[in-house]
Every structure is written in structure tokens, then in C-alpha cells.
Design a protein around this ligand. Sequence first.
Ligand SMILES: Cc1ncc(COP(=O)(O)O)c(C=O)c1O
Length: 445
Amino acid sequence: MNVHNKPNAPVLDSYWMPFTANRQFKAAPRLLAAAEGMYYTSSDGRQVLDGTAGLWCVNAGHGRRQIASAVERQLTQMDFAPSFQMGHPIAFDFAERLAEIAPGPDGAKLDRVFYTGSGSESVDTALKIAIAYQRAIGQGTRTRLVGRERGYHGVGFGGISVGGIVNNRRVFPQLAGSDHLRHTHDLARNAYVKGQPEHGAELADDLERLVALHGAETIAACIVEPVAGSTGVLIPPKGYLEKLRAICDKHGILLIFDEVITGFGRLGAAFATDYFGVTPDLVTTAKGLTNGAIPMGAVFSSRKVHDALMHGPENAIELFHGYTYSGHPAACAAGIATLDIYRDEGLFTRGAELQDDWHAAMHSLKGLPHIIDIRTIGLIAGIELAARDGAPGARAYDVFVDCFEKGLLIRVTGDIIAFSPPLIAEKTHFEDIVSILGDALKRAA
Ligand SMILES: Cc1ncc(COP(=O)(O)O)c(C=O)c1O
């Protein structure tokens, strides 16, 4: 089968697409062919405004020549080098640059960096580091991992075990002993909020409940997204993250923030850790790390965790973990060029500058058909729709297709629309988003 039965169009049969209704998609494909700045160009030549920074990753906008040139230079100089018992300068250089902007306050930055190839690998890496740390400090009974309902931590077996999305879990076995906090989403008390909602800090006490149930001496780590993205933009209630931190400290549990979407400027600070002023022990990242240009992830570790593992004979490998592509030279080159752009264009704080216009634009949609909540933080918005009777997700999917046809890329999860535009956006882009989405909502049955 070939798209639109046109000559030279791609044949669609062989590619088994991820997180996609393959047969539905291939019957009516949506193909993107080029990208520049705030826009994609579809395969039929239309401009499509990127309301989602690709998949929460293209924070500096598309088509950045500086990144492309850096990658080309690196590939020409040295395409690949092994990272096991070998090193190459650019991997160290990039880690030093990352250490400078690492999450956490000055003097207590999480400035030890472990490279991965994706967000899922970052999550599984952080979970393994947490368990290894506990063992290294004589707490080897701590192997249990705690996540949260409606959390998304990628698709590795570790990530789905602590994740809280039923469709990602029901078919697959999970790590024994993993358990979950309740999610914090509460429309009855917190609808239509700009920034952090007032109600729900007490939900962090669920961790105390799990300690009482399982025993603190069995729990290695608790992982949460500071702002949950994939399950529809769930913003932490005021005081919630602080409480989680305190309970983890009280019981010797490591706290992991999954910043795969919130890292690199999304909230108007370099990391959500900095934005909320709550410092975890480990931070997982990917996506914005390289502006999405080359796949890469990184785990930022506190010195406490890192240094606890730097013991034993000096010829012993401290952590039996790593990937062929950990610290890939081309990815490091992309990452350094990306950090240069973030710095030179002030993109880590641009979300804070744009925030008022963004929030005003998104909340102006209130009152349009089907909307039951609008929530915003930094340069993120979640717009929740009432589900169609007996067909959850169908209404938002129709809006998604309609918007794409009219020139706007949005992201839907169930009946929630999520926005996370590139940080180079201007106010006029917000107006276009409101206009195209508003019309689509009026058309949606
Ligand atoms: C919070 C979070 N963690 C982990 C992941 C997984 O990242 P990847 O798809 O790169 O494996 C995602 C992806 O969206 C995410 O949003």
C-alpha cells in the first residue's frame, strides 16, 4: 500500500509503528516531511504549527543548523567510539557542560552524569542506580520501587513497573514488589487552575502508607514526574513534592524525579527541580537534552549517590550497567550545540517570560464546547474534554485529526489535549493555536 497511491510516495506495510493504531493510520496516514522553526511541513506540502515540540523534545525549535553542523563535524572526525573501559573527549566535555547547569541548588547540584539512549533507558538506569546505592550503603534489603498511578516512565520493564498507565502494563509482567502512590488529579477541587493547584498535598502521605505496609527497609526509591505529561498534564499540588521529599528523607528512600519532559526549560527554569525548589537524589532526562535531534538520555545523580558507589578496589567496575550508545559522540556533539543555543537564546527562562501570555491564551478557551478543565504551568497546557458516551478518547482523537488537517499539531491522551510548544514560540503562535483548536472544538460532535 502506498500513500494516496501516488508515485514516489512511501510504501507503508513494513514499518510497525510505535504507540499507533497501525491499521487505522495506514488507511489514512498523516506524514510529516520537513521542519523549520515552529512549523512542520506535511507530505502534501502544508505548514503545520508544532504545538508539542515534536514529542516534548524540540525545545529550541526545528532545523537548528548549529546542531546539524556539530553532528556532521563529529561524525566526520569520529563516528563512534566504545565507552566501556575506553573514553573519548567529547563525552567528558558534554558531562562537564551538563554539570554546570545540572538540577539542584549551587553547592548541591546533581552533577554526576550517566548517559543513556532514551528516556526509558534513563528511567531503568536510575532505578538500578538506586538499588545499587542502597546495597552499597548496607541496605541490600531495599529493592522495592514505588511509582505513582498515571505516571509514565517509558516502556522498559522497570519503567512500566513503576508507571501507572494500565494499557502499558496489563499485557506484561512487572518487577516484583513495585507499588504505587495515588495520582494527584482532582477535578472536583482543582479545575481551571493556572500553576500549582491548592488541594492535594496530603496525597504524598501515601508513601507513609506504603512504608507502613511494606516496611521502609524494603523500599529503595520513589519515582515521580514533577509534572506528569503523558497522562494529560497533572500538575503537583502546592506542598506535595516537598512532602514527598521529607517522607523519603525520614525513611532512607531515594527520590527520583523523571524530568524527561520537564528538563531543559519547559517550566521556565532549567529543570522542574529548580522551578519547584525541591531536590531529588536522581533526575532522569532525554528529549530536550539534544533538542530531539539525536536520540540520547542522561541521568543526573547527586554526589551522595555517586560517591557511595565509588568504593572497593580501584580495578573493579562500580556499576555493571551501560549501553553501547552511552555517550555516543554524535549525540554529545548535538547536546553541546543544543546547550549553546539554550544559553545564547536564554531559552531556559523564556518559558517564564512567555508564561502569562500562554496561560491567558489557553484559559481563553474556557466555555468552548466539551471542555471540562484547562490547566497550565510553564509552557505546558492540558485541556480536558468530556468523553463521548461509550467512546472514551474518540472526541479528542477527532479534534487531533481535525487540527492536523487545519495546520496544527496537538497531542492527545485519552480525552486530554496536551500542549508543549517549542520555547522559541511567539504570542502570535499562541493565537493561532487558540483559533485552530477553538474551531475544531466547535466542530467536534
Ligand atoms: C516522563 C517520561 N519518562 C520517560 C519517557 C520515555 O522516554 P523515551 O520515549 O525516550 O523512552 C517519557 C516519554 O515521553 C516521559 O514523558
